[in-house]
Design a protein around this ligand. Structure first.
Ligand code: NDP
Length: 329
């Protein structure tokens, strides 16, 4: 392997002005860790968009190689669980935020952060799922733990044409739920129906000020949007229902009331993918292998090369990306 490899680096000048460059690094430039991986595929998540554009303080170490998830092959390891040649996935743990991340041809990380690439899944497929898809699966698992089974009634997915939303729609429909997809992009109706959505509703229906309680419309849901959208979703959740809150694409606030919780026994289930313990991750990836149709995964992902990452990062923050973006290194 050549001594140098390509990487994206975000830096800050003395006035805290952020810049992004494509550069060459050597393994000596990588941060501490006990496993070095040849990155074969990565992806552009919303959080990566925020990191590269600087629109939110995702990067907390300067300079930094961004990129919160990758799949690849172990090049060398001092960790008991991993050997040269093992195929691995990494999501989260501060990679691409405080630790050099996925947007480089090589990464050095802690072996404890890695999970094995599921049998029968390529690095490309794993990144078509990526952190967004794995978060969608964590959300579905949380709904199941709360007893939200298909017989309980419809489920809503907000930000449905985005990465988390698309995978959530595909998984929930495969599991037999009646999925209501909320989108701000009517042009994506056919796409969402092909993924398994039974009904489509306009984003606008959920973006006005929320009433404390409104007509009960769904038993549960996966919310990738936050803010007034989540407030409206909660106010329309049926008695005893639950909403998995995993995103903030519409804002970090939650202008809601306690009414859904104290008058309808509704639960708000918090989803964090970054620090999720290893057993939960292994279960989520096992379930992805079982409950996500690979043909749907292909339909919801587009592939770009390393040189397309920076443009895709801007597009995802502008809400222009449909489904998942896979980067083949
Ligand atoms: P995407 O950009 O792919 O999807 C977000 C979707 O939200 C968009 O496609 C759009 O869907 C909708 N949306 C965007 N802006 C607005 C807005 N202003 N108001 C209402 N809806 C909006 O991002 P991801 O799917 O990758 O991530 C979704 C969210 O989940 C992000 O906030 C991300 O940070 C978060 N996340 C959280 C994780 C966790 O650990 N909790 C892990 C991964 C992601 P449409 O066009 O269909 O309306």
């Amino acid at each position: 392997m050549p001594d140098t490899f390509k990487a994206i680096l975000v830096s800050r000048d003395e006035d805290k002005k952020q810049s992004v460059t494509i550069t060459e690094l050597t393994e000596a430039d990588l941060m501490e860790g006990d496993v070095t991986v040849a990155v074969e595929a990565t992806t552009v998540n919303y959080k990566d968009g925020l990191a590269i554009t600087g629109k939110a303080p995702v990067v907390r170490r300067w300079p930094l190689v961004p990129g919160i998830d990758f799949a690849g092959t172990v090049l060398s390891s001092d960790h008991v669980d991993w050997r040269k040649g093992d195929r691995v996935i990494l999501n989260g743990w501060g990679v691409g935020e405080t630790h050099y991340g996925a947007y480089a041809e090589r990464a050095r990380v802690k072996g404890d952060w890695l999970v094995p690439l599921p049998e029968g899944m390529s690095a490309h497929d794993a990144m078509a799922v990526g952190t967004a898809g794995y978060t969608a699966m964590l959300s579905v698992m949380a709904l199941e733990r709360h007893g939200i089974v298909p017989q309980r009634g419809p489920v809503i997915v907000t930000g449905a044409a985005g990465g988390v939303g698309s995978v959530a729609v595909a998984i929930l429909s495969k599991l037999g739920y009646h999925v209501i997809a909320s989108t701000g992009r009517p042009s994506q109706e056919t796409y969402l129906r092909d993924l398994g959505a039974a009904e489509i509703i306009a984003r606008d229906e959920l973006t006005g000020p929320a009433k404390p309680l409104a007509k009960e419309r769904w038993a549960g849901g996966v919310d990738a949007v936050g803010s007034t959208t989540l407030a409206n979703v909660l106010s329309m959740t049926a008695y005893g229902g639950a909403i998995a809150a995993c995103g903030l694409a519409g804002g970090m606030d939650l202008p809601s009331s306690v009414a859904p919780f104290i008058l309808r026994g509704v639960s708000l289930l918090g989803i964090d993918s970054v620090m999720a313990p290893k057993d939960v991750r292994l279960e989520a990836w096992r379930r992805i292998g079982r409950d996500l149709d690979l043909t749907k995964l292909k339909a919801l992902s587009t592939t770009i090369g390393f040189d397309g990452i920076i443009a895709a990062a801007t597009d995802i923050v502008d809400g222009k990306i449909r489904g998942r973006v896979v980067v083949d290194m």
